[in-house]
Design a protein around this ligand. Structure first.
Ligand code: C6P
Length: 413
């Protein structure tokens, strides 16, 4: 049955408001998505019915909370096709998940002479943690370049093969670029890394709620994502890791919940996932993340992917004739996920966002935590429209009209 995208819109109460006297057009889902009633209800239900700490008490509420938390872990494992729930570690989000690997795995495995390979399109969250890990260990960083004046060519695969030498211990890359909208060939990237014995980490922040993400089909060793970019709450995310790797990694934070035994001068650790979840975890948000996964799957990830791509293609067509526009990433007709970043010759991104806001349209302007990529492309900022299940073509028409008004105001043709 065809999805009724307009009806879906009504399940997101935040969207049903006016901004500056106009119906809100929310085009900033790459920053964070809005939350449907099903997720809000799940949060409320947990706090009203089951609220208790987990893995500690044996009273009824604590057991219910523990069951709900572990069911959320099991749901997350199914969502990404992990082999077992123990491969799911709850974190605050993508950033914390990547930092966990950079702190734990790198402290035990990275040494002088080793290389961490990343790409020029990485978000700071998949870049700065590796800088720190390299500084601490004496390892070095290498970058896979992006091709084209507007990075329309994606990753330079020939350069990748030259850069993937046996010194590379870890290759970390994004599934979908939050500035370019490019969908990287993640399974192919993992296969190439495996040939030289390098582990792989996939940053799935921008893909997780938009397309099927199957860790076993991708063949990655680690994968990170945030709940808030897939209709879930903020403050919850997942690090997936292969069980054998996780069990061999040292703790990165310590305290209650992660130990087997503590004596005055020594302690031993539980296996994964408890080893990496010190302290009281974010139980309510993990439970609501499971509700978000149910919601996304009820719409269908293939349908969402097709919807997002169709909107991105429509936006590319609608914005193409705006005077002085420079659109980054894949060209018209090439595959891109549901976001479009652009620079206007005559207006700064912050002015674009401010003007669009007057028209009730939420965009993002800035470097999008992609400063090295911006530098490479000779930019300091772009404006970005990002789409999700509640967006429509009519909203993109409103965006195009608003941009034309902006260009006119700033003296473009
Ligand atoms: N990008 C954007 O507007 P956190 O903040 O941990 O949930 O996600 C970090 C992150 C990691 N990788 C990619 C590819 C991302 O896009 C993000 C977050 C937001 O583009 C905020 S800068």
């Amino acid at each position: 049955m065809a999805t009724d995208w307009n009806r879906l819109h009504n399940q997101f109460p935040t969207l049903l408001q006016q901004v500056n006297g106009k119906p809100l057009v929310y085009l900033d889902s790459a920053a964070t998505t809005q939350k449907p009633l099903a997720v809000l209800d799940s949060l409320r239900k947990f706090y009203v019915d089951d609220n208790a700490n987990v893995h500690r008490g044996i009273h009824a509420l604590s057991m219910r909370a523990t069951d709900a938390y572990e069911a959320a872990r099991e749901r997350a494992a199914r969502f990404i096709n992990a082999a077992e729930p123990a491969e799911i570690i709850f974190t605050r989000g993508t950033t914390e998940a990547i930092n966990l690997v950079a702190a734990s795995w790198c402290s035990a495995n990275l040494k002088k002479g080793d290389v961490v390979l990343i790409t020029e399109m990485e978000h700071h969250s998949n870049l700065v943690p590796w800088q720190l890990a390299a500084w601490r260990s004496g390892a070095t960083l290498r970058y896979v370049p992006v091709l084209g004046d507007d990075a329309e060519g994606g990753l330079d695969m020939e350069a990748l093969d030259r850069l993937l030498t046996p010194e590379v211990k870890l290759f970390a890359f994004t599934h979908v670029s939050n500035t370019l909208g490019i969908v990287n060939p993640v399974a192919d990237l993992c296969a190439r890394a495996r040939k030289v014995g390098a582990l792989t980490l996939v940053d799935a922040a921008q893909s997780i709620g938009h397309m099927t993400v199957d860790v076993r089909a991708i063949g990655c060793d680690f994968l990170a994502f945030s709940g808030h970019k897939m209709v879930g709450p903020t403050g919850i995310g997942v690090l997936y890791g292969r069980r054998a790797l996780l069990d061999a990694m040292p703790p990165w934070q310590s305290g209650g919940g992660m130990i087997s035994m503590v004596d005055f001068f020594e302690s031993t650790w539980k296996p994964s996932p408890e080893r990496f979840e010190a302290g009281t975890p974010n139980v309510a948000d993990a439970v609501a993340l499971a509700a978000a996964m149910d919601f996304v799957d009820s719409v269908g990830r293939e349908a969402i992917d097709a919807h997002d791509r169709a909107l991105a293609a429509y936006a590319m067509d609608s914005l193409a004739d705006i005077p002085g526009i420079r659109i980054l990433g894949p060209r018209r007709g090439q595959a891109r996920s549901g976001l479009v970043s652009f620079a206007l010759k005559d207006a700064h991104a912050h002015d674009v966002v401010t003007f669009a806001d007057q028209d009730g349209i939420a965009l993002r302007g800035g470097h999008h935590c992609n400063q090295p990529l911006m530098k490479k492309l000779g930019l300091t900022s772009t404006s970005r429209a990002s789409f999700y299940i509640y967006n429509t073509r009519e909203e993109i028409d409103r965006l195009a009209a608003s941009l034309k008004r902006i260009v006119k105001f700033f003296g473009g043709e």
